[in-house]
Write a protein that binds this ligand. Structure first.
Ligand SMILES: NC(=O)c1ccc[n+]([C@@H]2O[C@H](COP(=O)([O-])OP(=O)(O)OC[C@H]3O[C@@H](n4cnc5c(N)ncnc54)[C@H](O)[C@@H]3O)[C@@H](O)[C@H]2O)c1
Length: 244
C-alpha cells in the first residue's frame, strides 16, 4: 500500500507513534523515526521495523525546536531522498487545574504539542510542494474537541492542531497535499497508564473499554494511503464513541 513512500513519524520510538511506524513498515513504507529520547531506544525501535524489509532510521530531535527540526528534516531528505508522509504524533501532558497550572507547564505543552506541528509542517512542505504530493496526519485528541478539566494546556494544544490541520488543508490542497487529524480518546499507552480517574472515564465510553495503539494506527494508515486521496481537512475520532 505504501511501497516507495517515505514516512516521518515524530515521537515514534514508543506508544502510538511506534505502532503507526509498524503499520506503515508492514505496508512497505521506509521510516524515519524522530524522538527526543535516547537515540539507542529509537534505534532499537527502528531495528524492530527492519523485519519488514524496509529502511528505518532514528533521529534525535526536540520537535519544539524550530532550528533543530529544520536540520533534522534536511538530514532525512539526505538519507532517504524525499519525504511523502508526515505524522505529527509527539506529545506530552502536564496536567493540573487552571489555579495551579504554571506558566512553565503551559509553555511546555503548547510548544511540544502544537508548535512542533508548525515546525515539522513548515520544513516538510517545500518537499511536498515540489512533488505535488504529501500526506500530513496530525495527532490531536478528543480533549481538543470537548475540553478536559485539568488539561487546559493540553486541550488548547490539541484544539490548536485542529486549526492548523484545516488551514493547511486549505492552503495546500490544490497542490496535491492532504492534511487530516485524528482525535483519539483513551488509548492504552505509557501516557495514560496512571491517568487519574481512568476507570470513571472508561465508564463514559459507549464501548466500555480503552482503545489500543493499533486502533489509532489503522486510521493513520488509511489517511496516509492512496485510498483516502480525496479526504482533507477532516478530524476523525477514534474513541469508542466517547465524544459523540
Ligand atoms: N494515549 C492516549 O490516550 C492519547 C489520547 C489522545 C491523544 N494522544 C496523543 O497521541 C500522541 C502519542 O501519545 P502516546 O500515548 O503514544 O504517548 P507516549 O508518551 O507513549 O509517546 C510519546 C512520544 O513522544 C516523544 N516526545 C515527547 N516530547 C517530544 C519532543 N519534544 N520531541 C520529540 N519527541 C517527543 C516521547 O519521547 C515519546 O516517545 C500524543 O500526541 C498524545 O497527545 C494520546
Amino acid at each position: 500500500m505504501l511501497k516507495g513512500k517515505v514516512a516521518v513519524i515524530t515521537g515514534g520510538s514508543r506508544g502510538i507513534g511506534f505502532t503507526v511506524a509498524q503499520k506503515m513498515a508492514e505496508n512497505h513504507a521506509d521510516i524515519a523515526l524522530i524522538d527526543v529520547g535516547n537515540i539507542e531506544n529509537t534505534q532499537a525501535s527502528c531495528d524492530m521495523l527492519k523485519v519488514f524489509g524496509v529502511n528505518a532510521r532514528p533521529y534525535q530531535c526536540d520537535v519544539s525546536d524550530f532550528t533543530a527540526v529544520k536540520a533534522t528534516v534536511a538530514q532525512i531528505v539526505k538519507d532517504f531522498g524525499t519525504i511523502d508522509i508526515l505524522v505529527n504524533n509527539a506529545g506530552i501532558t502536564r496536567d493540573s487545574l487552571i489555579f495551579s497550572m504554571s506558566e512553565e507547564n503551559w509553555d511546555a505543552v503548547i510548544n511540544i504539542n502544537l508548535k512542533s506541528v508548525f515546525n515539522m509542517t513548515k520544513h516538510c512542505s517545500p518537499i511536498f510542494l515540489k512533488k505535488h504530493y504529501g500526506k500530513i496526519i496530525n495527532v490531536s485528541s478528543i480533549a481538543g474537541l470537548m475540553g478536559n478539566a485539568g488539561q487546559v494546556n493540553y486541550s488548547a494544544s490539541k484544539a490548536g492542531i485542529i486549526g492548523v490541520t484545516k488551514t493547511i488543508a486549505r492552503e495546500l490542497g490544490a497542490r496535491g497535499i492532504c492534511c487530516n487529524a485524528v482525535a483519539p480518546g483513551v488509548i492504552d499507552t505509557d501516557m495514560t497508564k496512571d491517568l487519574p480517574g481512568r476507570d470513571k472515564l472508561i465508564e463514559s465510553v459507549p464501548m466500555k473499554k480503552a482503545g489500543k495503539p493499533e486502533d489509532v494506527a489503522n486510521l493513520v494508515l488509511f489517511l496516509a494511503s492512496p485510498v483516502s486521496d480525496y479526504i482533507t481537512g477532516e478530524v476523525i475520532r477514534v474513541d469508542g464513541g466517547m465524544a459523540m
